[in-house]
Design a binder for this molecule. Sequence first.
Ligand code: PLP
Length: 366
Amino acid sequence: MPLATPHYLIDENALDRNLAKVDRLRALSGAKCVFALKAFATWSTFAQIAPHMDGSTSSSLNEVKLGREKFGGETHAYSVAWSDDEIDEAIANADKVIFNSISQFERYAAKAAHLPVGIRVNPGISHSHFDLADPARPFSRLGERDPQRIESVMDRASGFMIHCNCENDSFESFSALLDQFEAKLGHFFERLDWVSFGGGLHFTGEGYALEALAARLKAFAERYQLQVYLEPGDAVVTQTTTLEVSVLDIVDNEKQIAIVDSAVEAHMLDLLVYRETAHVEPDAGPHRYVIAGKSCLAGDVFGEFDFPEALKVGDRISLLNAGGYTMVKKNWFNGVNMPAIAIRRKNGDVELVRSFDYADYVASLS
Ligand SMILES: *Cc1c(COP(=O)(O)O)cnc(C)c1O
């Protein structure tokens, strides 16, 4: 019997295709890749992903602990702000600690003196299409910008983390940014053991100039005699996962609207945040429908697509590219059933790895 909807369906073969590119980039460039758990923390898949990466990176104590416990390799501990209550546990579970500000560095770096410690640096430039996700936006709190303040920790910092890319699918754009980093920060790079260029490089995408990226990173590492890191999140899981939903009702209001057993805000939140639409395949044919969720939000719309056949109640729809930043953001808004998580194994078998029920909903509140 097919699995009930809604569920996220992760495809192991698709994941392997991305991981082969991660491997290729690491081999050609010498750069280390640590997985950004904030994009995808579905730990059932870590046994497949971890052998192709050098470890994980984090944005909170919980992610540090998950990385240590379930991912292995190097565990990078970064957070926009650590609290006094969590810093000791973060350090105890980390192989490297990265502070977001000089004040956090001064407050906690001595506790981590036995580990490599770094500082997030904000060069004030970025590749981002969205102000909301732009680390270089005015008044950004993400990383230190002042060279004098950076200088004040250079005696203790062994590396920098610079995360300025969001969904950057162009090597040329990254390379131009890197030129600017070098112009601004090259005199610091010479004194460091490592530099991380963060996430956001879509090097697993179709047609990305992966070899050129590798050559650029390798030359950079040689020039400054340091270890380069990347922190891919979405690039590892892009195009690996679908959100499987079923049609519950079809209504007509100048357009045909198919209501499905999911909700954008609860299960694919970034579509709303970044004003994007979902995708289906083939998205061709004579029957056009708005695919909408079952929450009470008027704008709970996944998108408008063309189908080869007329839809009917009970039909299944696969919403594509539902891996990165979906499961880590899912919530119980409207009490809509939480999608289960399933994995399509390499032999084609679909295995349910987690399901959620009323008890989980109740347990999420009190
Ligand atoms: C979000 C983030 C990442 C991962 O970004 P992706 O776009 O998912 O690759 C890596 N590092 C830092 C510091 C981040 O904030």
